[in-house]
Design a protein around this ligand. Structure first.
Ligand SMILES: NC(=O)c1ccc[n+]([C@@H]2O[C@H](COP(=O)([O-])OP(=O)(O)OC[C@H]3O[C@@H](n4cnc5c(N)ncnc54)[C@H](OP(=O)(O)O)[C@@H]3O)[C@@H](O)[C@H]2O)c1
Length: 293
């Protein structure tokens, strides 16, 4: 049996579906029976509860051979405090359940313990897992999720620009979450790691934000969509309008500075092993459908 945390989310859904498609048993974890229903229809067991409850996590992971783990993001509270609270509960529950294998979703940039906002919280979680000497842990460190672009659609519609507080000419590894889920499922099915390992996943190539605007612009029928580097104050205002907690806004600004100042970068040279297939052009087809819906 495999347990999948965040089974209704971007990466977890793919992990659960790929494991089920390989004929492997899955316990899908989330807060809503209704949202888990499509996975149950495909053969998964549902475990409904909150990952900040260590006893729930231990019950949900009872008897499983491998766990796909992530810290669910929360923006309405202090994100870093939430990462600590839920991260401790998750590790404690997984340890108490005696799970032998964990694939942990971390991030590019987690080589640093500070100066990277929420990524530093993911590094703390790596450290917590690395204290479990009896558990084999594979830390996946993917690049920037292409799915982040869904959050930009309203601003593109409203202002006719793609804007972020990142220089437009900075090459950033960007990855489709489908490819992260596929790698996680493959490694959980194979259980081909022991001890504690790190694997970066760098997408098909690096893209600059200026290139991103051109690719997305072409897909949505606005080939001249410009990219603008927005000042931090304007970015903060945007996050606040989306309901983000002030501490979370600060954390994201620190992460964006981490990109610009060279901390949120890959450590490995690009290779076949850390390159994933889905291009931004392919991803943009689905993004354009959402934009035009
Ligand atoms: N965005 C990026 O560029 C990027 C890059 C690298 C790493 N990351 C990391 O990736 C992770 C997010 O992964 P993702 O995009 O696959 O997830 P996601 O799409 O944000 O989904 C979160 C999942 O967690 C579940 N969930 C939320 N709160 C929960 C709670 N309190 N208890 C139990 N389940 C809960 C949600 O299900 P229900 O709502 O149905 O409960 C959902 O299945 C974060 O840790 C983030 O820091 C992000």
């Amino acid at each position: 049996m495999y347990a999948v945390i965040g089974a209704t989310g971007n990466t977890g859904r793919v992990v659960a579906e790929d494991l089920l498609a390989a004929g492997l048993p899955v316990r899908a974890i989330g807060r809503s029976e209704e949202r888990l229903a499509t996975l149950v229809e495909k053969g998964a067991e549902a475990a409904v509860g909150d990952v900040s409850d260590a006893e729930f996590v231990a019950r949900a992971c009872d008897g499983v051979g491998g766990v796909y783990h992530l810290i669910p993001p929360r923006y309405d509270v202090d994100l870093l405090a939430w990462q600590t609270e839920s991260g401790k509960a998750l590790v404690s529950g997984i340890r108490d359940a005696g799970v032998p294998y964990v694939v942990n979703l971390s991030s590019v940039g987690a080589q640093h313990r500070e100066g990277t906002g929420p990524i530093a919280g993911l590094r703390e979680q790596e450290d917590r897992f690395n204290e479990l000497t009896e558990t084999n842990v594979l830390h996946l460190r993917p690049g920037w999720f292409m799915e982040n672009m869904y959050m930009m659609l309203d601003a593109i519609r409203g202002m006719g620009v793609l804007g972020m507080p990142i220089p437009g000419d900075l090459p950033v590894p960007m990855i489709a979450t489908r490819d992260i889920g596929a790698e996680a499922a493959r490694r959980l099915a194979a259980l081909d790691f022991d001890g504690h390992h790190i694997k970066e996943l760098l997408g098909p190539r690096e893209y600059t934000l200026t290139e991103v605007a051109a690719i997305i612009g072409a897909a949505i029928g606005q080939p001249d969509l410009p990219y603008v580097t927005v000042p931090e104050e304007a970015a903060a205002e945007g996050f606040e309008q989306m309901g983000a907690h002030p501490a979370t806004v600060s954390a994201f600004l620190e992460m964006y500075r981490g990109f610009g100042e060279g901390r949120v970068v890959a450590q490995e040279a690009r290779s076949a092993a850390n390159t994933t297939p889905t291009t931004l052009e392919e991803f943009a087809v689905g993004l354009a459908a959402a934009y035009n819906a």
